[in-house]
Design a protein around this ligand. Sequence first.
Ligand code: ASP
Length: 324
Amino acid sequence: MSTLPRRVVVLGTGGTIAGSSDDASANVGYTAGTVPVVALLHHVTPPAHITLVTEQVAQLDSKDMDVATWQRLHARCVQWLSEPDVAAVIITHGTDTIEETAFFLRAALHAAKPVVLTCAMRPATSRAPDGPQNLRDALAVALHVEARGVLVVAAGEIHGAADVRKVHPYRVNAFASGDAGALGYVEEGQVRLVRNWPPAAPLLALTAEAIARPAHAWPRVEIVVSHAGTGGGLIELLIRERQDSRTGAADGLVLAATGNGTLHHAIERLAERAHAAGMDVVVTTRCADGPMVGVTSSSYFRSSPYSPVKARVALLLRLLALQK
Ligand code: ASP
């Protein structure tokens, strides 16, 4: 590892890692996004030649994550990563939508240096908080000489942005990468890699101007789940809004299909109509692990290898790139 003086930038966005409660025994029922990012680093000691720089980009509960915060995060990452003495960017984030923000950055950012998102399941005021260790692990990953790409580090595991999902609402090791598995582990401050680092290149070619477009001008993409007993009423509503040329009518529709891409017959029929009404339709599986097998795109939908929420981000950005 180089011993030249270097900086690691920590961007705070809120979440449980920055959460607080009057009751130190409370690991639920706290308020997310209250402790400033600079205070989260009190328990993190960087190596002597590393300086930590903090920036509070947002302070929210990530259930409320929004386009404006994504835009700010993207712009700050681009700026900091371009500084020659900046080794990496760490982002503190809520667990609820960390996989969506990570995927957004994976799709839109060139990350030749690591961009490491981390989080916590217990608030900063907890008697046994997980945030400080996650931050130390995130720093170990950020300083790994070969690290690159957008990563999520939590509970000693390193996940790639394309595969990671929150799989548990309470326990500390709340994340998994399905069939792909974790990229590696952080053990006693050492990184043990079991898969390759993800590519640095973004998934999509998006201009800075496109990403900076006002949030209200971004395309609208909805997710509809195919389930037993559905009548497809939500899709009918979306089609009607388009046919009435309603402002803000949906531009894209992600269908979370059952099993290997199967759709309830009511949804299948309406998906074709949605496409005919001008919506981009994407089909993915609602199953937690593994992509669909042999489900190719058709005349009215494209198949996606991502989870429904990530397929939505991918479609959103694809439509944004195409927007005039
Ligand atoms: N609701 C919180 C958030 O996503 C949950 C967490 O961070 O664990 O911000």
